[in-house]
Design a protein around this ligand. Structure first.
Ligand code: AMP
Ligand code: ZN
Length: 114
């Protein structure tokens, strides 16, 4: 059995506040939101990070972004605008080693980050 917390959410071993799900992807509210809307979008497949994606993941990565667009519309943050973040590896600030995309909205974002 996987020790990965996001795999456990994908398999419903641990609960999450799910906002979207299909065969390949699941999205849920972040437990420590950094914005009024903060959703984590993951593939159900365990891929560690953007450092570990392969050619076979091309369609999946495209699909995830299509899902993000749909979720942004569903949560009514698309018109005002939103931010999508992927943290990769140690310096990227990745704390959960299952690739995920943060969908953040509902407040003014600043740039450059950090
Ligand atoms: P990162 O720092 O990019 O790896 O992001 C991991 C994110 O997952 C953080 O924003 C955490 O708050 C969030 N997180 C960790 N555990 C859970 C959980 N059980 N349910 C929802 N979000 C979580
Ligand atoms: Zn995982």
């Amino acid at each position: 059995m996987s020790e990965c917390i996001f795999c456990k959410i994908a398999s419903k071993e641990i609960p999450a506040n799910i906002v979207y799900e299909d065969d390949l992807v699941i999205a849920f509210h972040d437990i420590e939101p950094a914005a009024p809307t903060h959703v984590i979008v993951i593939p159900k497949e365990h891929i560690e990070s953007l450092n570990n994606v392969l050619d076979i993941h091309k369609e999946l990565l495209g699909h995830i972004h299509l899902c993000i667009s749909k979720i942004a519309k569903k949560l009514e943050i698309s018109k005002e605008g939103f931010r999508v973040v992927n943290n990769c590896g140690e310096l990227g600030g990745q704390t959960v080693n299952h690739i995920h995309f943060h969908l953040l909205g509902g407040k003014q974002m600043n740039w450059p980050a950090g």
